[in-house]
Design a protein around this ligand. Sequence first.
Ligand SMILES: Cc1cc2nc3c(=O)[nH]c(=O)nc-3n(C[C@H](O)[C@H](O)[C@H](O)COP(=O)(O)OP(=O)(O)OC[C@H]3O[C@@H](n4cnc5c(N)ncnc54)[C@H](O)[C@@H]3O)c2cc1C
Ligand SMILES: NC(=O)c1ccc[n+]([C@@H]2O[C@H](COP(=O)([O-])OP(=O)(O)OC[C@H]3O[C@@H](n4cnc5c(N)ncnc54)[C@H](OP(=O)(O)O)[C@@H]3O)[C@@H](O)[C@H]2O)c1
Length: 475
Amino acid sequence: MSVKEYDMIAIGSGSAAAVLEGWLEDHLQSRGAIIDKDAPGGICLTRGCIPSKMLTSVADVVRTIERSREFGVSVSGLEVDFSKVMDRVHRHIDPEIRGIENGLSHSPHLDYYHSAVEFVGPYTLRSSTGVTMRSKRILLGLGSEPTIPPVPGLRESGPLTSDTVFALRKRPGSLAILGGGYIAAEFAHFFSAMGTQVTIVGRNPRFLPREDPEISAVVTRGLGRQVRFRLGRQPDRVAASTAGRKVLHLIPTSQEPAESLEVDEILVATGRGPTTGVLHPERAGIRTDSQGWIVVNEYLETGQPGIWALGDATGTFRFKHKANHDAKILYEALESGRRVAVDYHAVPHAVFTDPEVASVGLTESEAIGRFGAEAVLVGRYEYKNTAKGQAIDVEEGLVKVLVRSPGLEIVGAHIVGPLASVLLQEIVNLLYTPERSARPIVDGMHIHPALNEVVERAFLNLVPARTQAEGPPSD
Ligand SMILES: Cc1cc2nc3c(=O)[nH]c(=O)nc-3n(C[C@H](O)[C@H](O)[C@H](O)COP(=O)(O)OP(=O)(O)OC[C@H]3O[C@@H](n4cnc5c(N)ncnc54)[C@H](O)[C@@H]3O)c2cc1C
Ligand SMILES: NC(=O)c1ccc[n+]([C@@H]2O[C@H](COP(=O)([O-])OP(=O)(O)OC[C@H]3O[C@@H](n4cnc5c(N)ncnc54)[C@H](OP(=O)(O)O)[C@@H]3O)[C@@H](O)[C@H]2O)c1
């Protein structure tokens, strides 16, 4: 059996490939391999962040036009051409994917395998096309994949997932989305703006349950004007209707009777799981946790020397910016020959729904739990109480910040409203300074009249946690 020897192998054509390509540029005599069973470029480009944000951006346009009357601007005849909306996504990402494929296929320094790969022993892999390869340096950037809960009839009904939804060309008239997290929030925004009747079925009584509850409440109210929520409910089974539609039966709650929804399509958005079932890392002595995520230490090292895991594959903070951070850390470590630790002390995220959400650090109850109520100050400010918030007529938009007292160390920040992701970044950047202090926001000038004034004023209105006049406990 012939075995191909490589100086480095990357499994996954997103962040792992980026590390390998950077390393090869500095080691031109070395040879690498990039393996991916799916389209090259990684999930973010091929079926994640980028195509989904191209869709939510169209939804933002539609909602802006719909609101134009409030500003004295009448627009008549708004029409959405769903297939054109979907084509636009592919016009953007397909050439990028082809460009990456072309670059990988013609690189003089590496071999690109468009196939699945599995470990057959320590440091030894075999592709589904029968190529055996070996390397003392292997990067596991395996990503993650949609999970489908074991609801009778669900899989058989052919539900959409975030992997398949981008292939749609015909707008579903009605859609049930299972799950109350990121994907549910973003696709509910998109499909409802396209004219689809959307129902979100979330087993958690709270929508976006990982957000600070005040933020979840604002989103639930805002998005609730466009979609129907059935929260605190579990799907029981799925059946086909005589009209060829899908009937989703929900488990009755103690207060309410059994209920069923008849819809054109079901989108499953109940989280993502590991892809290690394909790779079999156990054959290479690489540990996974009880769910199948690769176990790594703070240097992204697996138990096997020379084998690292990064990005979604480690199961923590499954965001592209975190995968990029991991890639940077590994590249630095490989270049310098010394171990470099990851820094996840302030991993931000945003949910591109309507209204937009962005958050970093602890929620109010987490901050109180960690430091004690007497040591936490909370600042809140509503968009509508600033000039720009009024200019753009934001009904509900909130910046909520948490700092430690005494001092002004930022421990959490939560924003809901227009440009939340952009506004949050000012705070995130301070979390990457040694003091993590809000002092520059409190002391610095903020452009008037811009939305950043909402952030400034949240920090200028700090009061002891949970004693504010307006507030019941928030979580
Ligand atoms: C719909 C959606 C929207 C998202 N939006 C955002 C967002 O707005 N912002 C954000 O930060 N994040 C977002 N994410 C998350 C983001 O896409 C991921 O965190 C990121 O792509 C992970 O990158 P990675 O480098 O870990 O894996 P990738 O390189 O992206 O993926 C791993 C690749 O490895 C392949 N692979 C795995 N096992 C094997 C094997 N054994 N053999 C061969 N190939 C294999 C997989 O098929 C996959 O193509 C979104 C995700 C989804 C699904
Ligand atoms: N903007 C972004 O950065 C972005 C956008 C999209 C995706 N992503 C990434 O992709 C990941 C996956 O997104 P996601 O929305 O699918 O997952 P998610 O955010 O983890 O939310 C999953 C939801 O599904 C529910 N759920 C889980 N198992 C269930 C079951 N068996 N039956 C019914 N409901 C169930 C969960 O309820 P409970 O609360 O009860 O557990 C939760 O509400 C995200 O975690 C994120 O890492 C990021």
